[in-house]
Design a protein around this ligand. Structure first.
Ligand code: ATP
Length: 718
């Protein structure tokens, strides 16, 4: 056991006094907090309650889209605590930090009702709720001494990891062009490495199945990955994959595995369909008999194979432990109307392997989902805007409407049209906050102070100082790396004469940041004061960037220490401006534009899905093998099941694609997505849109037109 396990406070709202674990009898009166659950949800919530602490059999809840998975999990947590489980001994693993916070709040309000309190007076504290990566980071820090890690390690985000991979490749002489062969780019190398680590497959297999064009580089890649691992170790940095890899190694260890498992009576995992092999190994390593393990997910919504997730985890779960798992299926959908479910069920029924379930609801409706055939993307944009405005006229707020697409670039035409018509929108899946160079600068200074061995951060910081370039920065880092006390090495470094004044200021900052007893978030204020003049010197649009830095400083105040802040912000970065700025458009109404991946877990009254054509869904990047195509089918299913009342699938006949080097960007003719087969057309109202502003007809398309379109689509490829 590590000594004291200090709870990480994920958000300020979790800094509540830890709930004691009162054993309370559930009220069965009208305000029974579990009274709203349906029988299957209730069975999941009550599963093996009273069997004794640590005795609950493994449980798999297969929860169809909109069947109340989140709701059920939150009630389960509340029920466990109500039954006497210490909240400190519940490990709750979610897909995002936001989901963990949401779950904690929901469980808290159920508990408050159980205890007859006002919700505000009993906020729950679940110190072990978070993503796999953030909980992994925390456990690794606790156990660092035992597994040969320096506990002051910093975490590299994807960009840092890519840069380090590039640097290592350069150092070992692999970046030069070798004859006619061009080695894979650093980003591709990192993807291959990451895929091999997360899938636990041998490199040769990963290359064969996913990166066949890199097969000839197997030997070089092996050497590169070995050197990359060494570099991480020397610099005391971990990348995202390490957090899971090291945790799973600990879980597999005959001594540490049981010790980790014994920290928790219950291990609950949300969105289990999107876990990878390492994550599954963590769970089975910590709890080989599956006692207290409950996972919730929907195999039909597994959409993260490109990150190494495997739907096999959920399909094989019942046989993973020394005792079989109990299976509960939630099929009652509370979100969509029956016609939307009929169409969605039909699409997913074509899947090769799945847990059989058929969603149903008592929400009858005569409005069928629409399948809209449109000449091209420009018309698609106009049509969608028209429909959005019509829905708003009919009383559906813009925020209750979403437009979903397979790839972030697919919304370009629509964004232009929305702007032209002054329809406000917020897009998810765009440029990430942490990718902005000024935010990277500030974080690099904090990281370099936290872990002076981290070369990527140090390299960036040194070059912020006028007069210091790559060579001088490298020299500085060599000296810091060789020194017993990094601060002294920085102070004694002979900076070029032309940098003297700026260098002195940096040295003063660095000393202050490394002074023991500095109370977070004072660090970020110091960095801000030092950095703002540099920001103004480097950027013409400094004002906008200053606002971002202020925002970062504000965010920082929500974390207990510099170390926690750096770890959490790297692991679960704010995605879009709306994410970081609190409610940005509080009084405004705006349409949501989102990639299908980012729409996970959400719902809207009206949903448009763009480009429901072969080449987009399934994406022509993903038609390599049958598994990829199955995942694309599930993506379409996820998109369709986000809709509550209105669903529109739009099929432009001609669309623009961004191609690889050989073909350039171009327009292609396309056919309706193969996932909507002729047999399924009965579930849709088919419409044709012929012209945007003037003529439009809304009538079923005659077969002759359909045939003509199909012929044209085919001819385009001849
Ligand atoms: N027992 C219930 N009675 C009434 N409404 C419910 C019940 N359970 C869940 N709901 C409602 O159903 C909707 C979907 O619930 P939730 O978001 O938990 O689903 P989900 O299973 O996580 O969905 P998905 O996996 O598709 O994202 C929510 O609006 C929720 O309030």
């Amino acid at each position: 056991m590590p000594e004291a396990v200090a709870p990480i406070v994920v958000t300020p709202t979790l800094v509540a006094p830890t709930l004691a674990a009162p054993v309370l009898a559930a009220s069965t009166t009208a305000d029974d907090p579990y009274g709203s659950l349906n029988p299957e949800q209730r069975a999941a919530v009550e599963h093996d309650i009273g069997a004794g602490e640590g005795a609950a059999r493994p449980l798999l809840v297969i929860a169809g889209a909109g069947s109340g998975k989140t709701n059920t999990l939150a009630h389960r947590v509340a029920r466990l605590i109500q039954g006497g489980t210490d909240p400190q001994r519940i490990l709750l693993l979610t897909f995002s930090r936001r989901a963990a916070t949401e779950m904690t709040h929901r469980a808290g309000s159920v508990l408050a009702r159980v205890m007859g309190m006002r919700a505000s007076s009993a906020p729950a504290s679940l110190p072990w709720a978070g993503t796999f990566h953030s909980i992994g980071a925390r456990l690794l820090r606790e156990y660092a001494g035992r597994i040969g890690l320096d506990p002051s390690f910093t975490i590299h985000d994807r960009g840092d990891s890519e840069d380090l991979m590039g640097m290592v490749r350069h150092d070992i002489g692999q970046s030069q062009i070798q004859g006619a062969r061009r080695s894979p780019l650093k980003g591709t190398c990192l993807s291959i490495y990451s895929r091999a680590v997360n899938s636990r497959d041998p490199l040769a297999l990963v290359l064969q199945s996913t990166f066949p064009w890199c097969k000839e580089w197997e030997a070089e890649l092996k050497t590169l990955f070995g050197a990359y691992v060494d570099a991480k170790q020397e610099q005391n940095v971990l990348d995202y994959d390490d957090l899971l890899l090291f945790w799973s190694e600990m879980a597999a260890d005959p001594e540490l595995g049981p010790e980790l498992g014994a920290l928790f009576d219950h291990v609950l995992v949300d969105e289990y369909q999107d876990t990878n092999r390492l994550q599954a190994a963590i769970i089975t390593g910590m709890k080989p008999d599956g006692r207290g393990v409950m996972v919730v997910g929907d195999d039909a919504q597994s959409i993260y194979a490109f990150r190494g997730a495997t739907v096999r985890n959920i399909l094989d779960f019942p046989q993973q432990f020394s005792q079989p798992a109990v299976l509960i299926t939630l099929e009652r959908n509370y979100r969509s109307t029956q016609p939307i479910l009929d169409a969605s069920n039909a699409v997913i029924a074509g899947a090769r392997e799945r847990y059989a379930k058929t969603l149903w609801t008592d929400k009858a409706s005569t409005v069928q989902p629409q399948l809209v055939l449109i000449p091209d993307e420009a018309e698609q944009a106009r049509w969608v805007c028209n429909r959005i405005l019509e829905h708003r006229e009919a009383g559906i707020a813009l925020t209750a409407q979403a437009v979903l697409f397979r790839a972030a670039s697919h919304s370009a035409a629509l964004e232009l049209e929305l702007m032209r018509r002054n329809i406000p929108f917020v897009k998810f899946g765009g440029l990430k906050f942490l990718e902005a160079s000024h935010i990277k600068d500030v974080l690099a200074v904090l990281r370099f102070a936290q872990n002076p061995s981290g070369r990527m951060a140090g390299f960036r910081v040194a070059q912020l100082i006028p007069g210091i370039g790559q060579a001088t920065a490298s020299k500085l880092l060599d000296e810091v790396g060789a020194a017993a006390e990094p601060t002294v090495a920085v102070e004694q470094f002979a900076a070029p004469a032309r940098s003297a004044g700026d260098w002195r200021e940096f040295v003063a900052l660095y000393r202050a940041l490394r002074t023991p007893g500095l109370r977070w978030p004072a660090d970020i204020e110091l960095v801000k004061t030092w950095y703002l003049p540099h920001l103004e010197r480097m950027h013409d649009d400094a004002q906008v960037r200053v606002a971002d830095v202020e925002q970062l400083a504000q965010l920082a105040g929500g974390y207990g220490t510099r170390e926690t802040f750096l770890a959490e912000i790297t692991l679960d970065p704010p995605e879009a401006s709306s994410d970081r700025a609190g409610p940005p458009l509080l009084d405004e109404d705006y349409v949501i534009l989102s990639t299908i991946h980012s729409s996970k877990g959400q719902e809207w009254k009206s949903v448009h899905v763009l480009n429901v054509v072969d080449g987009c869904i399934p994406s022509d990047m993903s038609t390599g093998n049958a598994d990829d195509i199955e995942e694309e089918r599930r993506l379409l299913y996820v998109a369709m099941t986000r809709a509550k009342q209105h669903l529109h699938l739009v099929v432009p006949n001609r669309f623009f694609i961004k191609q690889q080097a050989q073909m350039g960007d171009r327009h292609v003719y396309a056919a309706r997505s193969r996932f909507i087969t002729p047999a399924m057309l009965k579930h849709f109202e088919e419409c044709v849109w012929t012209s945007a502003e003037t003529r439009h007809t809304k009538k079923p398309m005659p077969d002759s037109v359909r045939m003509m379109v199909r012929d044209r689509a085919r001819n385009a490829w001849k």
